[in-house]
Write a protein that binds this ligand. Structure first.
Ligand code: GDP
Length: 138
């Protein structure tokens, strides 16, 4: 079990001014920020990040959404980080997300769902490496 996960605050949430509230909720839930950056992805970068979804009907919609504004990318640390963070953000579709979860509080719909959270320890490492060099993590 790894103690790190990777997150993005997505363009819907940064655009609506929810970045501070979401970071506050993450930190109050016991996560420590090990790396963080505010960036706008290119179409190619967003496509590579979500390469696993390339064959899905919503792929282009997802890419267009993810490049529609800046995101905050971060590596987070906590015991049981991947599972605990998925619980904190709630279900992919905010309509199914539990009360008090970040997606329930801040997401509009299944596409524009405010935050990303890695779904496995392996993907947490791959996704963190996608955004951060060794010099950018602490
Ligand atoms: P996650 O692990 O909870 O983020 O969910 P997935 O890995 O299944 O999907 C990745 C991302 O693709 C989601 O967070 C959504 O932003 C987007 N997505 C998933 N399903 C749909 C869909 O049906 N329509 C659209 N537009 N986007 C979707």
């Amino acid at each position: 079990m790894s103690n790190r996960t990777f997150t993005m605050i997505k363009p819907d949430a940064t655009g609506k001014g929810y970045t501070g509230a979401i970071l506050d909720q993450i930190i109050k839930a016991g996560f420590t920020v090990k790396a963080m950056k505010w960036v706008r992805l290119t179409e190619e970068q967003a496509g590579l990040f979500y390469d696993i979804h390339r064959a899905r009907p919503f792929f282009q919609e997802l890419v267009d959404f993810m490049i529609s504004g800046p995101i905050v990318a971060a590596i987070l640390e906590k015991d049981n980080a991947v599972a605990d963070f998925r619980e904190l953000i709630g279900a992919t579709n905010p309509a199914n997300a539990a009360e008090g979860t970040i997606r329930k509080l801040y997401a509009a719909n299944i596409g524009e769902n405010a935050v990303h959270g890695s779904d496995s320890d392996e993907n947490a490492i791959i996704e963190g490496d996608f955004f951060f060099s060794k010099l950018e993590r602490f």
